[in-house]
Ligand binder design. Structure first.
Ligand code: 0WD
Ligand code: CA
Length: 419
């Protein structure tokens, strides 16, 4: 069952908060300074103040599925082999269906035909911001207080992390949020844990990360009628990204996500319905292994593709030597049915309601419209979501070139009062 909605129809203890900088400049009535920390004032019954934390227990989010409007592609962009931005689809690739047991060797080219993107360079939201400036004419709303007409701008990958949070037991996250011209921007900050993992990857792990990209090369062509070129170089700087707009409950979202390829048939439905997500996974021999795929991997795969409305996930199952021995296609809309036989399994509604409630929490918290102010929301498994506030810090992520342009737009969007 597809849970996208069309046209809106169905389908505590502030003591933990440490505001690290510029505490006294924050005119937040409910806090008062005590030495180095701002402590939340004790709340009287019935007093309405913004909560300081958000709880993450699954049972709190197990209610009716929220409205999630069918995502609409409002644009796309490409990142070339040098990570340059292009406001077009030059890096979109076309799917070429392999045979059922293709025997692709995913190890081929790892040593001699692989250019790896430098994942130490943090691009934050820059590419999306470039897209927004290049396409602002398409987005402008009449509301001078919110010229972009959306509540949130972020990467799809950040939303995927939010969706899977109620079921995540290993990795926490940190999300930086700033408000500019009425829109909230969410940009991930690498956690210490993630940074240590990145610095301590084994050679085997490094190689296995290549396998996913090599699989893309075996199954994608540069032109609709062409064949894949498995002899070419794999360059992970290259990307094609879709930009979609949708609404989750009362939150208007604009986000971008990398798309692996599209159906080669020109008669395929328009984007994002023609897009295909490619995955690799370890071969399955036992019921336990299948159950693990359903419980853990399919949650991530579903969340990632459901968000932008990508209907199809093509998986290559590989052995331990990196040979693809079996292909399987998953329809995104059928994954929730497929997993229902698993005992105590994840539920899409819990994922979506948590995300919606997190966005509401962010909206209540981030009230100051100031791009130099960053509210850093952090979460660790088995804990609540907490936040800290930082002014002109290492966390500031909206670049001056973007702030200047948006501020100019805001003035242009001024609607003259009616006579
Ligand atoms: O610096 C970072 N940690 C991030 C970089 C975090 C999130 C995104 N990005 C970049 C990606 O390189 C990509 O250009 O943003 C763009 C896409 O973002 P997304 O679509 O929101 O990210 P996500 O859904 O997490 O990943 C989509 C694909 C991945 O496919 P698989 O099948 O593995 O989920 O984008 C690629 C990868 O192909 N990707 C990356 N490639 C290189 N380095 C990275 C990365 N750190 N993260 C995602
Ligand atoms: Ca992929």
């Amino acid at each position: 069952m597809d849970r996208h909605h069309n046209r809106g129809q169905p389908n505590s203890d502030g003591h933990q908060n440490r505001f690290s900088q510029e505490r006294s400049s924050l005119k937040r009535g409910r806090e008062h300074d005590r030495g180095n920390e701002i402590h939340a004032r004790r709340v009287r019954p019935n007093e309405s103040v913004s909560p300081q934390t958000l709880r993450v227990l699954r049972q709190l989010y197990d209610r009716d599925f929220p409205i999630y409007k069918q995502p609409v592609e409002v644009g796309f962009f490409s990142l070339d082999s040098k990570r340059n931005f292009w406001n077009d689809a030059r890096l979109l690739r076309y799917y070429v269906e392999p045979e059922k047991c293709p025997n692709f060797n995913l190890r081929d080219g790892y040593r001699d035909r692989f250019v790896k993107r430098d994942d130490g360079i943090k691009e934050k939201l820059d590419h999306i911001l470039r897209w927004i400036l290049a396409n602002s004419h398409k987005m402008q709303s009449k509301d001078a207080t919110c010229p972009l007409g959306v509540d949130f701008v972020t990467w799809r990958g950040h939303l995927t992390k939010l969706l899977t949070t109620p079921y995540e037991t290993q990795e926490g996250w940190s999300l930086a949020v700033s408000k500019l011209a009425g829109t909230l921007y969410i940009s991930e900050v690498e956690t210490e844990y993630a940074r240590r993992n990145r610095d301590n990857r084994t050679e085997r792990h490094e190689e296995m990360m290549y396998w996913g990209y090599k699989f893309e090369q075996y199954t994608c062509a540069d032109e609709p009628q062409a064949s894949p070129d498995s002899g070419g170089v794999v360059n992970t700087n290259e990307a094609f990204c879709t930009v979609v707009q949708t609404r989750l409950a009362e939150h208007k979202l604009l986000f971008s996500g990398e798309v692996d390829c599209r159906e080669a048939n020109p008669q395929a439905p328009p984007a994002p319905a023609c897009y295909i997500e490619l995955k690799t996974s370890a071969e399955i021999h036992t019921p336990k292994q299948r159950s693990n795929l359903h419980r853990y991997k399919l949650l991530k795969w579903w969340a990632q593709s459901f968000l932008p409305g990508v209907p199809k996930i093509v998986a290559g199952f590989r052995d331990n030597d990196g040979l693809v021995v079996h292909m399987e296609t998953f329809k995104t809309s059928q994954i929730s049915q497929l997993i229902k036989t698993e005992y105590n399994c994840w539920k899409p509604t819990v994922c979506m309601n948590f995300c919606s409630d997190f966005l509401s929490f962010v909206r209540k918290t981030v009230t100051e419209d100031d791009p130099r102010l960053v509210y850093l929301f952090s979460w660790d498994p088995h804990k609540d979501v907490t936040f800290t506030i930082h002014r002109d810090s290492e966390y500031t992520f909206l670049p001056d070139w973007f702030v200047k342009e948006i501020t100019r737009l805001r003035c242009e969007t001024h609607v003259p009062p009616r006579a």
